[in-house]
Design a protein around this ligand. Sequence first.
Ligand SMILES: CC(C)(COP(=O)(O)OP(=O)(O)OC[C@H]1O[C@@H](n2cnc3c(N)ncnc32)[C@H](O)[C@@H]1OP(=O)(O)O)[C@@H](O)C(=O)NCCC(=O)NCCS
Length: 269
Amino acid sequence: MAGEDEYYGNAQSIAAMKRSAALWSLVRDDPRFTYYGRMVGVSQPVEDTADVMSALARVQGAAPCYFFPKTQIQSLYEALESRGLSTDRHEHFLGGEEAYAASRKALSDHSLPVDIAVRTLDADTPGDFIADTVALMDSCEVMPVPAAMLRGLKCNGACLVAINKAGQPVATASSYFMHPPGGPHAKTVFWGMLATRPDRRGEKIALLLGAQMIVHMWEEKGARAFMTGVRSDNASSTALCNRLGVHDTAYAYATCVDVETLGRKSITK
Ligand SMILES: CC(C)(COP(=O)(O)OP(=O)(O)OC[C@H]1O[C@@H](n2cnc3c(N)ncnc32)[C@H](O)[C@@H]1OP(=O)(O)O)[C@@H](O)C(=O)NCCC(=O)NCCS
């Protein structure tokens, strides 16, 4: 059964998840902030974005600001670097109704390989299976979230896992509401944490799992936009997102990192 303090992953990620969960318990009612289990971040730029991001990064090890205009990122990074922090960046991909339509189409045009079944993590999923799913994420350099989030407890969202005949995870996708309920991005959900075991890549497993996730969040949870961060050199992720109507925008995920505290230079791949 799921415990409140159930974490899996590498030691750095677990330590970071514990710091951000503790911080979130203190700031969750502040509409500047957002969280889906990795880092407490800034939902969109605020007046003193660099100051706020720096403070979050000193406590957690890293902090993203979402919806940050690409045209202004250089001056933000200069301000963060002048404070001794390092910076990181993902392109801010977004898709609305087009993503829902593209996902429905992908699911009607293609099928998962015959040996693959899909499982949704929940309160009754054995801890060993969650640990195996997180090990898959770790091996793909995708930072996980606390088990309570993966199980769909303590959050509004879900984690889907594709399993083979032996019951082992071979791919995973997740999606969570993250932005402040009364704000402009209330129905924009995080979508991603996509990872496929290297020997099962190229079989459209991530495509179909990602599509299932979008359809579920749209139809069952009322999500109306899907956001994810993609590195500009990640060709497979870019192709998959574009295929599902999730495209690059004029924004970036602007991230700053306190490398000593986080123990590495980036939150996730
Ligand atoms: C991204 C990832 C999950 C894709 O998994 P996958 O199961 O092999 O993907 P699929 O087979 O469903 O392919 C989806 C689409 O991407 C395309 N694609 C996959 N790999 C590609 C590559 N290296 N270059 C270009 N396109 C690629 C496929 O052709 C397919 O498009 P199509 O349907 O138009 O042919 C996998 O490569 C992975 O685990 N990467 C490491 C972790 C990662 O980067 N996660 C994303 C973080 S943002």
